[in-house]
Design a binder for this molecule. Sequence first.
Ligand code: FAD
Length: 462
Amino acid sequence: MLDFDIIIIGSGVGGTGVGAILASKGLKTLLIEKNDFIGGRCSTYEKEGFKLDVGVHNFGRTSRGPLGKVLNMIEMQDAIDWVLCRNPGPRWFYQDKFWKFPRELKEIIPESDFSNLMKLFKDVMKMKNFNDLERKSARSLLSQYSENNLVHTFVNILSMLYFVVPYYETSASEFVRCLSSLSRDFSMGYPKGGCISIPSAYIQGIKKSGGVIQTNQSVKKIVIENDAVDGVELENGKFISSKIVISNAGIRETVNDLVGKKYFKGDYLQEVDNLKYSISALTLKVALKKPITNFKMVTSFSLQDPEETFNSLLKGKVPEEVFLFVPVPSNYDPNLVPKGKQLIIAGTPVPVENFEKNRDKWIKTSLESLENIFPDLSKNLMWYDVSTPKDIADIGGKEASVIGLAQIINQTGNYRPNPNLPIKGLYLVGGDAGGWGIGTELAAKSAIDCSETILTKYPKLI
Ligand SMILES: Cc1cc2nc3c(=O)[nH]c(=O)nc-3n(C[C@H](O)[C@H](O)[C@H](O)COP(=O)(O)OP(=O)(O)OC[C@H]3O[C@@H](n4cnc5c(N)ncnc54)[C@H](O)[C@@H]3O)c2cc1C
């Protein structure tokens, strides 16, 4: 008799999502998490009465995208209370002014380029042949519409926001899928309670269906017998049996460390080794004595040569002004902060290598860039907390990347690693396998795809 039908390693959005779906189908499910908190990169912690995301989050499609679909599948539609980014909607900060997208960009982009950009946005809604786009970059797609520098800067910033990858590497197919679904759903927002509300809702789903959650337990090994999964061994030596193991620990960690290279063919190991990850991020969580903005979400940027800027960033060079992604969580949910206070979170992409040597400069420049957006920042500052690439690596592993595998040419659509790894009973979920979308939505879509693959392959389990 097996201990469990399914063992899941890791409580990120992918792990908790797939666990909730499979447990709701009656499968005896165990989820094991090495940290003493759940959620991986989509987690929230408390400091002096403020609830802070470990990263910096805003959610593209909320209840209408895969994050909501997982809840529909487990009949817990209302388990997350989303607040949409409306009244005021998102703003862009460029040349010391706030801009509404897309209408007001008209004032700064030459007329013909603006109408061509709008045409691109309209065309993406109709594009169907993703195979043709799979081997094209977002930049080459854009170049069919405009060569204006500001338009290119703007689309590159969109690509960095969505994928943390520059637009000349991003696959046009993924860019089109994400842009069109975001426009169609028009439901960007943030959950009450902080980003941890998402994995918490899925965990609630697992428990509701009789599943078991163990935190503070690290899986040391996925045990293979006769070329098939037999269970897992914990760090404390305990063996737990199951014929299906789903890893949320990342493809490299799963293949190389948890299973072991000897169980895979050389060319597969080489493929895994060649995969590229999205880069990392620095986030500042800024606690303020009183509200200094009513915006829910601001993105700041300056005119740039995208390729030069990204190459310089990879070398660890700190620019004079950084591009910032700035959700204001307490404007979505005032209960995230003590009464009358405000929380602003700001994130900027940084390299994993070369970050530490300029750590202080990155933080100083990011704070200055944030103060440029909100001039009342320092006089209302109580304190700020920082998360660096090292913190992201400690929480989620996966090369300290923001998303997981980079959504670049040759790594999206059918070229993405399959959730079904080449060992019987071994699956992967989250930012490193299957699915499409932005960040957590990619992980949730991967959970849906992974659950469907398993349920089709093992119908007798239901
Ligand atoms: C700074 C930052 C900003 C972001 N901004 C956004 C945003 O605005 N919008 C958005 O949608 N997404 C955003 N993301 C991305 C999003 O958070 C991630 O893509 C998503 O949360 C990844 O989920 P995952 O399923 O891949 O799991 P992960 O979050 O990677 O979790 C994996 C879990 O597995 C556990 N684990 C690993 N190994 C073991 C083991 N051996 N035993 C037990 N447990 C193990 C880890 O502890 C971890 O909890 C951001 C991420 C960061 C870091």
